[in-house]
Design a protein. Sequence first.
Length: 206
Amino acid sequence: MVNGKPVTELGAKVDPLHDHVSVDGRAVKPKRKIYLALNKPRGLVCSHNDELGRATIYQLLPKEWAHLHSVGRLDFNSEGLLFLTNDGELSLHLTHPRYGVHKTYIATVEGKVPPEVLRRCTQGVTHLGERLKAEKARLISASKSQSVVELVLAEGKNREVRRLFEAQGFVVKHLQRIQVGKIKLGQLRPGRWRTLTPTEIKSLLS
């Protein structure tokens, strides 16, 4: 029933803010959409349950938000900015390649990374039969023992940053995601979360 009248046509539309909808006499209310930004620490998995019994990101959240899903993933040893939501539209917008939402990472790599490695990252490399490519790659600092590199990705394939370097003989020791779209990790401490503002949500969907 919509506003006390039975719906008899397929595809009937309602305004969730103004129309009263009921099914079998029970009122139906739209689910409140929740948007969180989390600074994921190392040593946690992004799934609800882990077959190896490892700790999950959901242990950092209130129990009433256990139904939220992570938008994309950061692997067990990676850290940084991660969104959680119950909004499927936002998840699709941030993870589907056709939208090309940029994600920025800081990678600490073993050894001194030469310019040609960064150039190949932006030109694209093949790893295990899959094409991997960064939109941007720049060297922040370097010594004989390690290099710190900033990379911007538009797709975010599984372990893409690590694999970009593995394909060229380098190992990523530490990986942190610091920005998604226009949203930055900022001063959010590891293991802490905050809700996104309406302006931030709008910027991600645009």
